[in-house]
Design a protein around this ligand. Structure first.
Ligand SMILES: Cc1ncc(COP(=O)(O)O)c(C=O)c1O
Length: 381
C-alpha cells in the first residue's frame, strides 16, 4: 500500500496511539471536575497547551483547543467579524482559501458584511500589493492561508503581515493547517494575530485542533455553554485527542529539523521523474519555489482526475483529486478556477501529498505505476 494523500489526512503515529490509549484508560476525568480525577485531566490539558504554545513561540493562554481546522477557521473569521463589527464590516480573503474560511465569509456576506475575495496568479499565489490596494477604512480582518491545500502554494504571509501591522485596527488570520510542523512558522515576526492548526494533518487524531489568538483579542464565541477554554469554546475538552495532538506536535517538531530539506529534494526528484516518464504531464501551482515540499498537483491532458485516482487505487496507491472536501462533487475546484487553468487541466487534476515517512523508493514506485496507468488509459481513449 502506498498512501500519498497526506494532505487529506495522515496515519496516526503509533506513539500518538499509545498516549491516547493511556489517557482514555487511565485519565478519563472531566477537566472541569474539582476532584483528583478532574485535576489529573486538567493537568494533561495544561501540559499539552504549554507544549503546543511553545512550538508556536506563544503563551499557553493564547491557545484555544478546537475540534480541528474547520472549527478554528470558523472561530477566527466569524469570531472577529461579530466581535468587532462596530469598527467596520469589510473582510479581505483570497479566492483559494479552504472552504472553512470561504464558507464562513459567505455566511458573513449574508449577514451584511462585505468580503473582498482576492484573485491569485496562475500558480495560486496572492499578491501583497493587491492586499494593500484592497484595504479600506472599514476593513477589520484579512484572512489568508499559509499553504494552499490543493496546489501547495506558500502565500507571502510575512509581506502581507508587514502591511497589516501598519493598521492597528485590522486583524490578520492565517490558516496554518497545511503549514504547521511542515514549513517554518514565525507568528510574531509575521504579525499574525490568529493562526489555525489541526492535529490530523501531522499524524495526530482527527477532530482536534487549536487556534492561536493573540493576547488582548476578543472573539465572539460560536459554541456557548459551560465556559471552557476561557469561554471562547465551551464543551468538555477532548482530553485524549489533545494529549495525542501534543505528542504528534512533539514528533513532528523533532522530525521537522532533520527532514525539511530532504522533503524538498524528494518533491523535486518526483517532478523530474514524472516529466521524464510522462512528457505530457502538467504541474499545477509553483514548481519548486514558494511551494510546500509535501504537495504536488498535476494533470495529464485528456485524462480525468477521478479516473486516474481509481486506476491508481487498483494498484494500491492512494492519491486524491483536488481537495478531499470537494473530491466527491463533479465540479471544478475553485482553487484551480481562480488560477485560470484550462478546463481539461482542471478536470484532470490529481493531488499527490507526502508525509515525512515518504521515501525516494515510494516516489519511484508511484511514478512507474502512474506511467503504466497513463499509457493504458490513453491507449483506451
Ligand atoms: C488549509 C486547510 N484548512 C482547513 C482544513 C480543515 O481542517 P480539519 O479537517 O481539521 O477540519 C483543511 C483540511 O483539509 C485544510 O487543508
Amino acid at each position: 500500500m502506498l498512501y500519498l494523500d497526506n494532505s487529506a489526512t495522515t496515519a496516526v503515529h503509533p506513539e500518538v496511539v499509545k498516549v491516547m490509549q493511556d489517557v482514555l484508560e487511565k485519565h478519563f476525568g472531566n477537566p472541569s471536575s474539582l476532584h483528583k480525577k478532574g485535576i489529573e485531566a486538567e493537568k494533561i490539558l495544561q501540559i499539552s497547551k504549554n507544549f503546543i504554545a511553545q512550538t508556536l513561540q506563544v503563551k499557553p493562554q493564547e491557545i484555544v483547543f478546537t475540534s480541528g481546522g474547520t472549527e478554528g477557521d470558523n472561530l477566527a473569521v466569524k469570531g472577529i467579524a461579530l466581535q468587532y463589527q462596530n469598527r467596520g464590516r469589510h473582510i479581505i480573503t483570497s479566492q483559494v482559501e479552504h472552504p472553512a474560511v470561504r464558507e464562513s465569509c459567505r455566511q458573513l456576506e449574508n449577514l451584511g458584511f462585505e468580503i473582498t475575495y482576492l484573485a491569485v496568479d496562475k500558480i495560486g499565489c496572492v499578491d501583497p500589493e493587491l492586499v494593500k490596494s484592497s484595504l479600506r477604512k472599514d476593513t477589520i480582518l484579512v484572512s489568508i492561508m499559509q499553504v494552499n491545500n490543493e496546489v501547495g502554494a506558500i502565500q507571502p504571509i510575512q509581506a502581507i503581515g508587514e502591511l497589516i501591522k501598519k493598521h492597528t485596527k485590522i486583524f490578520f488570520h492565517v490558516d496554518g493547517v497545511q503549514g504547521y510542523a511542515k514549513i517554518p512558522v514565525q507568528l510574531k515576526l509575521w504579525g499574525v494575530d490568529l493562526f489555525t492548526i489541526s492535529a490530523h494533518k501531522i499524524h495526530g487524531p482527527k477532530g482536534v485542533g487549536a487556534l492561536y489568538i493573540r493576547d488582548g483579542i476578543k472573539l465572539f464565541p460560536q459554541i456557548t455553554g459551560g465556559g471552557q477554554e476561557g469561554g471562547i469554546r465551551s464543551g468538555t475538552e477532548n482530553v485524549p485527542g489533545i494529549a495525542g495532538f501534543a505528542k504528534a506536535c512533539q514528533i513532528a517538531r523533532e522530525i521537522f529539523v532533520t527532514k525539511s530539506k530532504e522533503m524538498s529534494k524528494l518533491r523535486k526528484a518526483c517532478i523530474v521523474l514524472l516529466e521524464e516518464s510522462i512528457p505530457a504531464i502538467v504541474v499545477n501551482g509553483p514548481k519548486d519555489e514558494e511551494v510546500s515540499p509535501y504537495i504536488i498537483n498535476l494533470s495529464i491532458p485528456g485524462l480525468r482526475g477521478e479516473v486516474l485516482v481509481h486506476a491508481l487505487e487498483k494498484e494500491n496507491i492512494f492519491v486524491s483529486t483536488g481537495s478531499a472536501c470537494s473530491s466527491k462533487k463533479d465540479i471544478t475546484s475553485p482553487v484551480l478556477d481562480a488560477m485560470g487553468l484550462a478546463q481539461d487541466i482542471k478536470l484532470g487534476s490529481i493531488r499527490v501529498s507526502f508525509s515525512y515517512e515518504t521515501t525516494l523508493e515510494d516516489i519511484e514506485v508511484f511514478v512507474n505505476k502512474l506511467t503504466q496507468v497513463v499509457e493504458q488509459l490513453l491507449r483506451k481513449n
